[in-house]
Design a protein around this ligand. Structure first.
Ligand SMILES: Cc1cc2nc3c(=O)[nH]c(=O)nc-3n(C[C@H](O)[C@H](O)[C@H](O)COP(=O)(O)OP(=O)(O)OC[C@H]3O[C@@H](n4cnc5c(N)ncnc54)[C@H](O)[C@@H]3O)c2cc1C
Length: 401
């Protein structure tokens, strides 16, 4: 493991930091700025414009090939990019980042499996944010067991006619299109007969309903697809019936993501909790002086450092061209558990009084309350903690089933 970044990555850090200092207004860095605009047109327009500026300045898809609008940079530059974005509290990631699913999931998949025409047509729009992509894998009865999905696509000439439902779709409220898994041959074995299909969400027969999380955020969607006619030409990624391999590649890209940006982001979150602990009383003294609170802060800090070291290890190994395989499941467990522990600590620091709008920690208390509810979904998104443990037990530890 090498703990230093290359000189080129450090040069890039200066460049992106300068741009972020100018392009992310201080108001956006306030804990509740985006929450107060949750689901509004204003929020969408601010982030759309910011994504466009980001693209015009060359800070989207930094590790993508130059011919498709990237910088062709290596994984260290990408890691510095992630660190600096999180440091500046830029509107990125699965909750605020309009280009997040396109750039982290669909783009790399198209680079591997897309036709020349699909790459030329779709990649620039992914980077610029002109097309906001959503992931349509989960269905009401198919989540952990994805291959049991039931949305069908029946061939009619040059068209696939899609009928079914997709659910828990992040960004659906803003989404222009879905990269989805549909069943094209029900009689094949479970994993054969699935096709990776691009579906324009403005087509007739598509209805998108918003799902609010218990935090109140309207950031998930439920799509009803009723005889939606999707042209085959240009919208099937890979071959018809052979989409499972494409989806597996996409999921492996998701799992390989380096957690260094999360380390920075969650460190901010722990700092917020510490700030609240300084101004909130517990048992007649500031919460920060309470031994059990101090011990939990230390534990979260230690887990964050573990995450950082793991991120460096991931980076070093990816740089050597190694595939992390199932080890990525350990990282997912570690980061989701750490984030949840920080959010739970925040709620306990606030205590019962923290539920009131008059809580001593003020605006920060409101934000910690929201985060406590919002981050619970992280144990589930991208594969539940139980499923990750099963994968670790089976594929890494070789335990019997
Ligand atoms: C915030 C959030 C964002 C999401 N975004 C998207 C998105 O953009 N696109 C998308 O397609 N999906 C998305 N999802 C859906 C997510 O991928 C699924 O919720 C997840 O895979 C679990 O599937 P499920 O909800 O059907 O639960 P189920 O699979 O029904 O699981 C229910 C419970 O049973 C447990 N369980 C199931 N099978 C096993 C087993 N074999 N062994 C042990 N325990 C088991 C699970 O761990 C869980 O606790 C999102 C979910 C959340 C919470």
């Amino acid at each position: 493991m090498d703990l230093r970044y290359s000189p080129e990555a450090e040069r890039f850090r200066k460049e992106i930091r300068r741009w972020l200092d100018e392009s992310v207004p201080m108001a956006w860095r306030r804990p509740r700025f985006w929450l107060e605009r949750d689901g509004t047109t204003e929020s969408l327009e601010l982030r759309r414009q910011w994504e466009k500026d980001r693209f015009d300045n060359g800070f989207t898809g930094v590790d993508w090939p130059v011919e498709f609008g990237g910088r062709g940079a290596d994984h260290e530059v990408r890691a510095v990019h992630d660190e600096e974005m999180a440091r500046a509290r830029a509107p990125i990631g699965p909750y605020l980042g309009l280009t997040y699913l396109g750039t982290t999931l669909l783009g790399p998949t198209l680079l591997r499996y897309g036709t020349a025409d699909q790459k030329r047509r779709l990649l620039p729009g992914i980077l610029s944010g002109d097309t906001i992509w959503c992931q349509g894998f989960s269905e009401p009865e198919s989540g952990s067991d994805l291959a049991s999905l039931r949305t069908t696509a029946v061939r009619d000439g040059d068209t696939l006619v899609v009928t079914g439902q997709k659910i828990w779709t992040s960004m659906a409220r803003y989404g222009d299109a879905l990269f989805a898994l549909v069943r094209t041959s029900p009689r094949e074995s479970r994993r054969r007969g699935i096709t990776f299909l691009l579906i324009d969400l403005t087509l007739p027969g598509v209805e998108v309903r918003t799902i609010r999380q218990m935090s109140g955020s309207p950031d998930l969607g439920h799509e009803f697809l009723d005889d939606v006619r999707v042209p085959i030409e240009g919208n099937v990624v890979g071959e018809i019936d052979e989409g499972w391999g494409v989806a597996e590649y996409l999921l492996s890209v998701e799992r390989q993501a380096s957690p260094i940006g999360q380390y920075v982001e969650f460190s901010h979150e722990l700092n917020d909790v510490i700030a609240a602990a300084r101004c909130t009383g517990k048992d007649g003294r500031p919460a920060i002086e309470h031994p059990s609170i101090r011990a939990r802060i230390a534990r979260c800090r230690a887990d964050l450092e573990l995450l950082r070291v793991r991120a460096y290890d991931t980076m070093t190994r990816l740089g050597r061209g190694e595939d992390l395989g199932r080890e990525a499941s350990i990282t997912k467990l570690l980061w989701s558990r750490t984030r949840l522990a920080i959010a739970d600590l925040g709620a306990d620091v606030l205590g019962v009084d923290g539920q009131l709008s008059t809580a001593p920690a003020g605006e920060l208390a409101g934000h910690l309350r929201w985060r406590h509810l919002q981050v619970r979904g992280q144990r589930i998104a991208g594969g539940t903690a139980q499923i990750q443990r099963t994968l670790i037990a089976r594929d890494l530890l070789g335990l019997p089933r």
